[in-house]
Design a protein. Sequence first.
Length: 109
Amino acid sequence: MKSAIEIYVNTIVIIMIVSTCVFFICTSLRSAQARNFHSTTVAKIEASEGSSKVVEECVREAGDKGYELKVQPACLYKNRKYFYVQLTYTYEIPFIHGTRTSHIEGFAR
């Protein structure tokens, strides 16, 4: 009887450990996807020299992927525009059924 209880408890502990590892892996993947999208967006804005059409397209594409993208003019230096680019994304925390919001910030030159 004692070994049956130990097996049951060990199985529950292993399931919790595996679930936690899966959560961390999924969170890491979500963050990596957001970082990739942010760097691609910054590159597009830089290549277009801040074209409003490209910025609108990037904001729309971010919304389609579940992100929130804010692009604001930061300054004008030596006849060159700088843009502040902020990407906001969320991920879920499974055990407490909550969500967490993170931001990625950068500048497009």
